[in-house]
Design a protein around this ligand. Structure first.
Ligand SMILES: Nc1ncnc2c1ncn2[C@@H]1O[C@H](COP(=O)(O)OP(=O)(O)OP(=O)(O)O)[C@@H](O)[C@H]1O
Ligand SMILES: [Mg+2]
Length: 549
């Protein structure tokens, strides 16, 4: 059974596989390792996915879907093309299917890709994470685990043993998201490496596509004031602006030509102009960096994501973390490679271990530690990881180092409830940057009528850490409905148990205090799919995918 790591990016997606104990991003059919996350429907009979969809966008500007990652967790009917509506999960599933087919072709796997670790921005909220899991389900992929992109990049960047005793900040500025984690790397008495995530900082709407948009607007104003571009001309200018942006990371000025109104027009742009055009976005990058630094000053900064190539951004990072080494290998592919390492580790049953080169005898065979009691009282399964579990890594170079990842929650989650007779506020139950998995029971709520059969709790998320948050500062993400059995009298106390899983997805259960009986809870968001909708989505995606050319 094929097992891979998938970086499902806003702009580019990549798939990592393990070969000979080394992670490697595989080539797509165009011979590149990064594939555009684009789907296009040129006709009722054809579907294009990947680079070909990106290249044909100018032919089908209204039938091409880009940046679907930004829609994850949003309305399930968010996308309409050729009169049909698609959920972001369905479009993402088509991208996932295409990536898996690249692996099958490239690696000549006899079996289809079935198991994968899929990466997500650390700052993704519970619904975005759950939507990603749904996309994988629709694509027929068994998800071994979701992994935060910065953490996958950390795993791919050098030996974790070298970082023991250090605090590492990973800054990932990609196509659509700016994301960061600060992680303390420790080693316990059994030789296990503990990655304690201290903070998740991020802006899931800030990345290369925003720089492209700002540059495009700047060029429109400068060179095409008062001119109305048609859809094709617009796509050409957008595409060439993005290429120009990348060239400006190397050069101080660039020139390119576009066809507008039947005439070729030359565009000249300088790096200074670009930096001015994206000044608002750069301010937001600075805010995110400052917030990250405020949590803890790291010993080292690792960069990943294509937009960290922008010289101004790299300079801002170096200035913010002045005196601290800043590095980062393979910034575009580190996430996919890290995901492949994590996927292999999960698939081997070594739930928390990574392969790495080691020459430290102390590390060798340190995996069979048996059950371990962690601080939070949870049993942490012993790893069978000493590099002898049948994997194809070169055992002379690679050992399996046991690793435990301690993650934190990317948002605060709470319930909207009356705090005074006339005031409803969000009462946070789980707090941002709190360790996950975590389980909380809310204060007591009471039934408002005799014999109620169900009771609704609106669920909100926010980025603040306060106990009570104004409704206006939080976003309602769904409703938790407690199904009450029996004929409870008015005023019966009810508890809601909220659990943020290791993957950051929320689960709810209820408890009725006097009888101590569990009450079933259903968490519904407008945006996640029901079992029935998932089945239909699989059919829709299979049908549409059968038309891929
Ligand atoms: N040399 C460069 N200079 C400036 N920008 C670049 C350069 N190389 C790539 N980029 C930009 O980086 C972005 C793609 O980076 P990456 O592949 O890391 O993003 P992604 O994984 O698709 O997005 P995300 O992780 O945010 O979902 C694009 O916006 C691209 O224009
Ligand atoms: Mg990325």
């Amino acid at each position: 059974m094929a097992t891979v790591g998938i970086d499902l990016g806003t702009y580019f997606s990549s798939v990592g596989v393990m070969t000979g104990g080394k992670a490697e991003a595989i080539l797509n059919k165009d011979g590149t390792r990064a594939t555009h996350s684009v789907v296009s429907f040129p006709s009722e009979k054809e579907t294009l996915v990947g680079n070909i969809a990106y290249e044909c966008e100018f032919l089908y500007p209204n039938e091409t879907i880009k940046e679907v990652k930004r829609l994850m967790g949003k309305e399930k009917t968010a996308i309409t093309v050729r009169g049909s509506s698609y959920s972001p999960q369905e479009i993402s599933a088509m991208i996932l299917k295409s990536l898996c087919s690249d692996v099958e072709r490239e690696r000549e796997f006899d079996e289809p890709v079935e198991k994968a670790v899929i990466t997500i921005p650390a700052a993704f909220n519970s619904t975005q994470r759950a939507a990603t899991l749904e996309a994988a389900k629709i694509a027929g992929i068994d998800v071994l685990g979701l992994a935060e992109e910065p953490l996958a990049a950390l795993v791919a960047n050098g030996n974790l043993t070298d970082y023991v005793g250090k605090c590492i900040s990973i800054v990932d500025i990609g196509g659509g998201t700016s994301d960061g984690c600060t992680v303390e790397v420790k080693k316990d008495d059994h030789g296990k490496i503990i990655l304690n995530c201290i903070c998740i900082v991020g802006d899931s709407h800030l990345g290369g596509v925003d720089f492209d948009r700002a540059l495009f607007e700047h060029i429109l104003k400068k060179d095409f004031a008062g001119v109305s571009l048609n859809a094709e001309e617009k796509v050409e200018l957008e595409t060439k602006s993005e290429i120009a942006k990348r060239k400006l990371s190397e050069k101080m000025e660039v020139e390119f030509k576009v066809m507008v109104g039947g005439q070729r027009q030359k565009i000249h742009i300088t790096r200074k102009e670009f930096e001015k055009a994206v000044s608002e976005e750069l301010e937001r990058v600075q805010k995110f960096l400052d917030e990250m630094k405020a949590y803890k000053i790291p010993d080292r900064v690792i960069l990943c994501g294509g937009s960290t190539h922008v010289p101004k951004i790299e300079a801002m990072i170096k200035e913010t973390f002045a005196g601290i080494p800043v590095g980062g290998e393979n910034r575009e592919l580190a996430v996919a490679e890290g995901a492949a390492i994590l996927a292999q580790m999960y698939a081997n049953g070594a739930e928390q271990a990574v392969f790495e080169k080691t020459d430290m005898d102390a590390d060798k065979g340190a995996g069979n530690t048996g059950d371990d009691q962690t601080e939070d009282g949870q049993t942490d399964k012993g790893e069978n990881g000493s590099g002898e579990n049948g994997s194809d890594q070169d055992s002379t170079q690679m050992d399996l180092i046991p690793v435990k990842l301690n993650m934190v929650c990317s948002r605060s989650y709470g319930i909207g409830a009356f705090v005074h007779a006339d005031k409803i506020m969000v009462c946070n139950v789980i707090f941002r940057n709190e360790a996950v998995p975590t389980v909380r029971e809310t204060h007591s709520f009471v039934t408002s009528k005799d014999g109620m059969s169900e009771c609704d709790f609106p669920i909100y998320e926010s980025t603040g850490n306060e106990r009570y948050v104004e409704l206006s500062e939080a976003e309602k993400i769904g409703m938790c409905t407690l199904k009450i059995k029996g004929n409870l009298p008015k005023g019966t106390p009810l508890f809601v148990r909220v659990e943020a899983g290791i993957d950051g997805v929320l689960h709810f259960t209820g408890r009725e205090e006097s009888g101590n009986t569990e009450i079933t809870a259903e968490f519904k968001t407008k945006t996640l799919l029901t079992e029935e909708e998932l089945e239909t989505a699989k059919q829709v995606v299979d049908d549409v995918y059968a038309k891929v050319v």
